[in-house]
Design a protein around this ligand. Structure first.
Ligand SMILES: [Zn+2]
Length: 74
């Protein structure tokens, strides 16, 4: 019953968690402006989350394969 004291070495911040949780909603444009801005601002800084975002985005695009392919990452 001892608590695990292993730090997993991954600096997972709460912001990263919510950012990654917001990815699907962002791709579906379901986020409101506030969350959208927050999300964009975060992945603009966070390499880990931008990777996760690109990953999910590619899957989403492969599924739909015909959306406004607008790469805002440019
Ligand atoms: Zn992050």
């Amino acid at each position: 019953m001892a608590g695990t004291t292993t730090g997993a070495a991954r600096a997972e911040q709460p912001e990263c968690r919510s950012a990654r949780a917001a990815i699907p909603g962002y791709l579906d444009r379901r986020l409101d402006a506030r969350h959208q801005r927050r999300f964009e601002a975060h992945i603009d800084r966070c390499a880990g989350c931008i990777r996760a975002f690109i990953d999910v985005r590619q899957v989403g695009w492969a599924r739909r394969s015909a959306s406004g392919a607008r790469s805002w990452l440019n």
